[in-house]
Design a protein around this ligand. Structure first.
Ligand code: PLP
Length: 409
């Protein structure tokens, strides 16, 4: 009899589990841990949204919806995308409601990729992009970004990575894990490369509403980009609805049609209860959403000030709710830093290497935690960093890529 190792699809067998998981599991077993590890709002979904969901159940909304999702919700999404981001889609065949952005991402990749097609992925990268690309039969091509450039991908980097197999550029701005945003001028340069090389852009804009300075510009809004871009958006982050599992994709009807085919055979539809709640979120929940974004902005300042005081270099996160400081000068690797911080101070953060090799020397801290938890966690981290530095006798931040220099004073 064959072992399960032998029976499993080798592609699945060889995919490593998420690097974030290990720290969640460790932290979950310990008491008194403050977690800055998860990318999840600490807010409960606004009451009006929960109430709408309860009413929908009372009224008997318990059936399947159409594969594409409730027409009222697609109408509302189309209106919202137009008003908030000036991108226009026809709700009848250009919007698909999915089980989180996670499903939309998987559908987009599976609908597009044939074996050996390459997907260009800025790195550090959200943990799902590379595994989902591999599972869809594609070849991930990581494009390392650097703190010196605020973790922004450049048009030049994209152009340089183009091969005859390049098919997709997967953008995620505002970014998880770095908080990087892409201003319009840089998006325009990237769009020019995408057009010149006939790339499809999958634009994961799940953090679009969490943009703290200036406006979020969707690449789909730029001239000639709408029909080669698939925009992914959802309710998890901006509306504090992670557990509802609701997202959507918007794009050219031929592409949405292909995604809908896979969705129809694998998922049928997203939960009607979550869709009824999302309808309320878009119709009447924007004020609460903006209040939450204001809170994240306040916490962002708190975290950035604390890193400044700790003398940890950190690129200003323009969006999302993550900070990605460089901890290299403590003399600890990203993994050792996180493990020791967890065991010695009971604070959970994620090693930068969980997001790819270019995350080496960094950690990811989510500031979607309550202010009191943030303040306490940062106090503990400050003490830890001081202690580790003293022990290692390292006196000052070291530029990226250089070894720690022992203090000789
Ligand atoms: N895309 C990015 C960049 C994320 O950070 C996350 C979750 O952390 C997701 C997608 C998944 O979102 P959802 O909860 O809608 O599946």
């Amino acid at each position: 009899m064959k072992s399960w190792e032998e029976r499993l699809n080798p592609v699945v067998r060889d995919i490593p589990p998420s690097g974030i998981r290990k720290f969640f599991d460790l932290a979950a077993e310990m008491k008194g841990v403050i977690s800055l590890g998860v990318g999840e709002p600490d807010f409960v979904t606004p009451w009006r949204v929960r109430e709408a969901c309860i009413y929908s159940l009372e009224k008997g909304y318990t059936m399947y919806t159409s594969n594409q999702g409730l027409k009222e919700l697609r109408d509302e999404i189309a209106r919202y995308l137009n008003q908030a981001f000036q991108i226009r889609y026809d709700p009848s065949d250009e919007i698909l409601i999915t089980v989180g952005v996670s499903e939309a991402l998987d559908l987009a990749l599976r609908a597009l990729l044939a074996p050996r097609d390459e997907v260009l992925i800025p790195e550090p990268t959200y943990v799902s992009y590379i595994p989902c690309t591999v599972l869809a039969g594609g070849v991930p091509v990581p494009l390392p970004t650097r703190m010196e450039n605020n973790f922004r991908i450049t048009a030049g980097q994209v152009e340089k990575a183009i091969t005859p197999h390049s098919k997709v550029l997967l953008l995620a701005y505002p970014n998880n894990p770095t908080g990087a945003v892409l201003p319009r001028s840089e998006l325009e340069d990237i769009a020019a490369v995408a057009k010149a090389h006939d790339l499809v852009v999958i634009s994961d804009e799940i953090y679009a509403q969490l943009t703290y300075e200036g406006e979020h510009v969707s690449i789909a809004r730029l001239p000639g980009m709408r029909d080669r871009t698939i925009v992914l958006q959802g309710f998890s982050k901006a509306f504090a609805m992670t557990g509802w599992r609701l997202g959507y994709a918007a794009g050219h009807n031929a592409f949405i049609g292909a995604m809908t085919k896979i969705h129809q055979y694998t998922m049928l539809c997203a939960s009607i209860t979550a869709q009824m709640a999302a309808l309320e979120a878009l119709r009447n929940g924007l004020k609460e959403m903006r209040q939450m974004v204001g809170q994240y902005n306040h916490r962002r300042r708190l975290v950035m000030n604390a890193f400044k005081e700790m003398n940890l270099p950190c690129s200003e996160p323009g969006g999302a709710f993550y900070a990605f400081p460089l901890i290299e000068d403590t003399g600890l690797s990203s993994e050792d830093f996180c493990e020791r911080l967890l065991f010695e101070e009971k604070v959970a953060v994620v090693p930068g290497t969980a997001f790819g090799p270019s995350g080496k020397g960094f950690i990811r801290c989510s500031y979607a935690a309550s202010v009191s938890n943030l303040v306490e966690a940062l106090k503990r981290m400050t003490g830890f960093v001081k202690r580790v530095r003293l022990k290692k006798k390292v006196s000052r931040p070291i530029p990226v890529g250089q070894e720690a220099v022992p203090y000789k004073g």
